[in-house]
Design a protein around this ligand. Structure first.
Ligand code: MTE
Length: 319
């Protein structure tokens, strides 16, 4: 993700962040494989064995018809090229520093406009019927990945707390732990990181709470122990390490809207027709490819399922 530049720097002096980050991160990626121990070899049906960090395996994971058949991005890239600003703004900061995050015990409070507010322990969330959902993730920085997430539909959680008729939006608040998160000492964002969805977006069957990837629990750098995944929106909508979910009447202010409202809107649907003010969104680079040679598709290719949510809306205005 990217922060608005200070006004005193002339635009021509700036290398757009995606480009210098890409150069730096790719050099580091070359060595990243060695960070994976000799641990876990995952041989999921239909996918080649992929070396993982050997974290706790998630049992009874069903396969979902809602998965893409595109090949998944290798585990070593999914877990070493990350955005998680609470641990630093470089792509390899999360893999280095997120180890400090204590993910047990963990609770998620679900409250606000609901009949039955409830606090879930992570163990409760792991009891939801888990599915593998292989989704494309398209970052606003014009790179993309294909990730075999493990999770459950957000609407299953919502059913238990029973949203009231006043609930029109859902706010996702993530962990803020200065002792464990070196990045929050800098005012990069207005911490804690907050994201939001309209309630129909949150309840859509494609929206999942992810508790794992590649058959194992989430590595900390990917948002352990529980994160959101909304595959038709830019990656930053997928809040990591969630501690509170609030059903609300008013549209929440998200951390990125607060940081740069002209660059990051509330909706943030993947849309090649609406450029970021500082770069094009027409194409994308599939990690670990070097060049942005793939055409980006409206709603990240999930338009058949989600376009109806935006019928009649001007997506240039509601970006
Ligand atoms: N969640 C929190 N709490 N903090 C963050 O900085 N970054 C977002 C999103 N969720 C972020 C976050 C961004 S910009 C992206 S692209 C995705 O996480 C990246 O997820 P990944 O590292 O698992 O690919």
């Amino acid at each position: 993700m990217l922060i608005r530049r200070p006004d005193h720097i002339r635009p021509a002096e700036i290398t757009p962040r995606p480009f210098y980050e890409r150069r730096r991160a790719l050099l580091k990626l070359a060595g990243a494989g060695s960070a994976l121990g000799a641990a876990g070899l995952l041989a999921a049906a239909g996918r080649a064995a992929e070396p993982t960090l050997g974290l706790e395996k998630l049992p009874n994971v069903a396969r979902s018809a809602l998965s893409t058949t595109e090949p998944a991005t290798a585990y070593k890239y999914v877990t070493t090229y990350n955005n998680f600003y609470e641990f630093g703004t470089d792509k390899d900061d999360p893999m280095q520093y997120a180890k400090r995050l204590k993910v047990r015990p963990w609770t998620v409070a679900v409250e606000g406009e609901v009949e039955r507010p409830r606090t879930f322990a992570i163990e409760d969330l792991l009891k939801f019927p888990l599915e593998e959902r292989v989704y494309r993730l398209r970052c606003v920085e014009a790179w993309s990945m294909v990730v075999p997430w493990v999770g459950f539909e957000f609407n299953a959680l919502a059913k238990l707390v029973q949203p009231t008729s006043r609930a029109r939006f859902v706010e996702f608040v993530t962990a803020y732990r200065p002792e464990e998160m070196p990045g929050v000492r800098l005012p990069v964002l207005d911490w804690p990181y907050v994201e939001g969805l309209r309630i129909d977006e949150a309840m859509h069957p494609l929206t999942i709470m992810a508790v794992g990837l590649y058959g194992e629990v989430l590595p900390n750098q990917n948002g352990a122990p529980v994160r959101l995944v909304v595959p038709w929106k830019y990656g930053f909508k997928s809040a990591k390490s969630i501690v509170r979910i609030r059903f609300v009447a008013q549209q929440p202010k998200t951390a990125w809207e607060k940081a740069a409202p002209n660059e990051y809107g509330f909706y943030s649907n993947v849309n090649p027709g609406v450029d970021h003010p500082r770069w094009s969104q027409r194409r994308e680079r599939r990690i670990p490819e070097l060049f942005a040679k793939r055409e980006t598709v409206l709603f990240n290719g999930y338009g058949d399922q989600v376009a109806r949510l935006y019928a009649g809306m001007d997506l240039k205005k509601f970006y």
